[in-house]
Design a protein around this ligand. Structure first.
Ligand SMILES: *[C@@H]1O[C@H](CO)[C@@H](O)[C@H](O)[C@H]1NC(C)=O
Ligand SMILES: *[C@@H]1O[C@H](CO)[C@@H](O)[C@H](O)[C@H]1NC(C)=O
Ligand SMILES: [Zn+2]
Length: 308
């Protein structure tokens, strides 16, 4: 009796150890869990050669003029969005009417959810870094290629998942529409809790596609176990705004499934292993065109002015 109880306890302890992965700062002696350096022991794909996130070295990106603009569909629709604390992060569920085509990706992509990666207490928490710089927060919108309906189905297609990533930069002013998201996080403090944000529009947070023509593209993976290597990554050049007040509020509210504060929820950057990061031409191209028109218009104005 005593011995089987011992075995049962041992089994429970062991399954607790092996069943849960965690982020670096969760790994405490009394709550052993697999931190990012040990994900691959349980999830072999996490040790693969096309892992995410990465550090983007801007002097080494290859400009690719084939990286065309996105065409977003459903971003201005009003939705009742379910938010759930998943134990490692909070997911904001998106309906399949939110989708995109274009972005030099093959086919139609349906949105599944978005989530945020953040730091804590003034520490930045983006997953991707640019020239070694980590940004305060990063938003990932997860899209699945049609006709797949789950990650498991899309996993065998190297572009089965499209992840759109937005880096945040700290601004003096609040982001005007982020407070509904922050309030919702305050209602899902514990693993498994659920709430709804009524009348949400993705376009309140994400700029229109015409303002997002500059982006980085590379092939990589999911940044949480099982690290499936089926992701076409898009990291937009344009940063989204968040104030320090809003950042503070975001990192303070949720708890991991272990009950610890949910902070520093990002995976360390992974080796490129020979991959190339591409960048669309935009940004620079657009400024040049704008410059040209400004010059042209001021020339016309001056000429007309002189004629008078
Ligand atoms: C959102 O919920 C409200 C209240 O329950 C409902 O009236 C409305 O039709 C819902 N909107 C959508 C798009 O489902
Ligand atoms: C979080 O809670 C759900 C039930 O809502 C449970 O299935 C899941 O295992 C929990 N997550 C973790 C990491 O313990
Ligand atoms: Zn993510």
């Amino acid at each position: 009796m005593g011995f089987s109880l011992y075995l049962l306890t041992l089994h429970l302890l062991l399954s607790r150890c092996t069943a849960n992965w965690c982020y670096q700062n969760q790994n405490a002696c009394d709550e052993p869990c697999r931190d990012p350096n040990h994900w691959a022991t349980q999830f072999p794909k996490c040790g693969g050669l096309r892992q995410s996130p990465i550090n983007i070295v801007t002097s080494k990106v290859h400009i690719d003029i084939a990286l065309s603009p996105f065409n977003f569909i459903g971003h201005t629709d009003t939705i009742n969005m379910t938010v759930e604390n998943k134990g490692h992060s909070a997911h904001f569920a998106l309906p399949p009417s939110v989708r995109f085509i274009g972005g030099a990706l093959p086919g139609h992509y349906r949105a599944a959810q978005f989530h945020l990666h953040w730091g804590g207490n003034g520490r930045p928490g983006s997953e991707h870094t640019i020239d070694g710089e980590r940004f305060p927060m990063e938003m990932h919108i997860v899209h699945i290629k049609e006709p797949y309906s789950s990650l498991a189905e899309a996993e065998h297609d190297t572009a089965g998942i499209a992840l759109l990533a937005f880096l945040f930069e700290e601004t003096a002013d609040d982001h005007p529409h982020l407070d509904t998201v922050i309030d919702a996080l305050g209602r899902v403090q514990n693993n498994g809790s659920i709430t709804v944000i009524p009348n949400f529009r993705l376009s309140d947070i994400i700029p229109a596609a015409k303002d997002l023509q500059g982006y980085y593209r590379y092939v990589g993976s999911m940044t949480t176990p099982g690290c499936e290597q089926a992701v076409a990554w898009t990291v937009f050049h344009r940063k989204l705004a968040i104030s320090s007040r809003q950042l503070d509020a975001i990192v303070k509210q949720c708890r991991f499934w272990t009950g610890q504060p949910m902070t520093d929820i990002f995976r360390p950057t992974q080796p490129l292993d020979g991959r190339i990061v591409y960048s669309s031409k935009s940004g620079t191209a657009q400024t040049t065109a704008t410059h040209f028109w400004c010059l042209f218009l001021s020339f016309v104005t001056v000429t007309l002015g002189l004629a008078h």
